[in-house]
Design a protein around this ligand. Structure first.
Ligand code: ADP
Ligand code: X15
Length: 405
């Protein structure tokens, strides 16, 4: 059950300001298409069917980074997904933007320039302070209502996320609504059987809080990836060290050793650790070795087959399964086995399944799964982790507090 209004509650034919999140990878200046564009296109398509005029507000990158670019290319990518023109204006709330907004008619879509080019957008401040910014005070009167659809940025107290709902009629778009519904389900424990989390990837600081804070609602945590190796190290195995060129392990061990050891001791009965690991042998082939008695003299790039089978069994016996972070370097087919085995088991299962993590969700298209194979493939990274651990998202809170007149 959602606790905010949605686009179903809008009267048709309105002038809408719609905050989306199409923050994307940028390679050599080229903006890469992603699931985020396709998902927001679904919201926009529904709004157009109801004769609304739509102005889109979004960000890309952060000032000072290579990914901090204009949204001009984003307009073309969105237009392709929508099969409908998306006008772009290289201005966010100045004269050019206001003139373009003024020209908007029912069925039109306009994308405003990268909102992080406005100084007032980024500093994290409470919603009421954000509502006082020139950005919000200038744009709000030009619209009938605000649609918050940027779930993956809803953990940020930025002007375009939290300022507008303070001063305008506001509701959630379809991306916000569906992500919220799928991801908050874990806290409310709506499952009739064991809940499993597959936790891997490279970031211990993402994974440890999930274990610490969800120990009461998750029955089994299956660990892999760099994080799995760090837990093996905490368990006294001779792995989870940097060897050769890697610099993934030792600094994380220094930063998180206490929490790793504490989690292992506190939740040992719920944690499943890899029993074998895979590596690249001298011929460039995948090879495997059992963890017991192992000496780490090479980088490990995946969990082994025995571990994959054990985790598949756990998923098959679950009422709900969530993934955050991959079990190995799935981008290389030789080391995708663990991740793909577990994700396949989720796809084949009737249980409630969420695949998440900014990088990890790419396994879905890389290995020919379909979004519909899962209850949810989330487009959120940081927001997914926060929601999983029960943190509220400020961008959701303002929608819950606001209401349509
Ligand atoms: N053993 C490993 N060694 C190096 N990288 C790994 C290993 N296991 C997983 N990874 C990497 O972890 C990444 C996904 O995890 P991460 O970026 O932490 O999570 P998220 O999906 O939340 O962005 C993948 O790109 C994968 O290549
Ligand atoms: O891509 C995003 O977050 P994510 O990398 O956690 O998925 C959002 O657009 C938020 O961007 P930010 O982390 O620069 O505030």
């Amino acid at each position: 059950m959602t606790t905010f209004r949605t686009i179903d509650d809008l009267e048709p034919g309105q002038r809408l300001l719609v905050r989306i999140d199409v923050n994307a990878a940028v390679e050599d200046g080229t903006v890469k298409d992603s699931r985020r564009f396709a998902r927001h296109a679904e919201t926009i398509r529904e709004l157009l069917a109801d004769d609304h005029a739509v102005a889109l507000l979004a960000h890309q990158g952060r000032p000072g980074r290579d990914t901090f670019v204009s949204l001009e290319q984003h307009a073309d990518i969105l237009a392709d997904h929508l099969d409908h023109p998306v006008e772009f204006v290289a201005d966010t709330y100045g004269e050019d933007a206001l003139a373009a907004i003024d020209d908007l008619e029912s069925g039109d879509v306009l994308l405003l320039e990268n909102v992080r080019m406005c100084d007032e957008e980024l500093p994290e401040e409470p919603p009421d302070a954000k509502a006082e910014t020139d950005l919000v005070r200038t744009l709000a009167p030009a619209f009938d209502a605000y649609v918050g659809d940027a779930y993956s940025a809803a953990h940020r107290s930025h002007a375009s996320i939290v300022g507008f709902p303070r001063v305008m009629d506001a509701c959630a778009g379809r991306v916000m609504e569906r992500e919220y519904t799928a991801i908050t389900a874990v806290r409310d424990r709506e499952f009739d059987g064991p809940v499993t989390m597959i936790l891997g990837g490279t970031k211990a600081e993402d994974v440890i809080p999930i274990i610490e804070r969800l120990d009461d609602v998750v029955d089994r945590f299956c660990l892999g990836g760099v994080v799995g190796e760090l837990f093996l190290r905490a368990d006294g195995h001779d792995v989870g060290y940097d060897v050769g060129e890697t610099s993934l392990f030792d600094h994380q061990w220094d930063d998180h050793r206490d929490r790793l050891e504490r989690s292992l001791n506190a939740y040992r009965d719920r944690l499943r650790l890899p029993s074998d690991l895979a590596y690249e042998d001298d011929d460039g082939e995948r090879a495997e070795v059992v963890v017991e008695g192992l000496e780490k003299d090479r980088p490990f790039l995946d969990v082994g087959s025995e571990t994959a089978d054990r985790y598949v069994d756990v998923v098959e016996d679950s009422a709900a399964a969530f993934v955050k972070g991959s079990l190995g370097v799935f981008e290389d087919e030789r080391f995708a086995k663990g991740t793909v085995a577990v994700v396949s088991a989720m796809a084949d299962s009737d249980c409630f399944t969420v695949v998440g993590g900014g990088d990890t969700a790419r396994v879905v298209e890389l290995y020919d799964f379909d979004d519909d194979d899962f209850s949810r493939v989330t487009v959120a990274g940081g927001a997914y982790v926060r929601a999983l651990t029960g943190d509220s998202l400020v961008g959701v809170e303002v929608l819950e507090e606001g209401s349509l007149k």
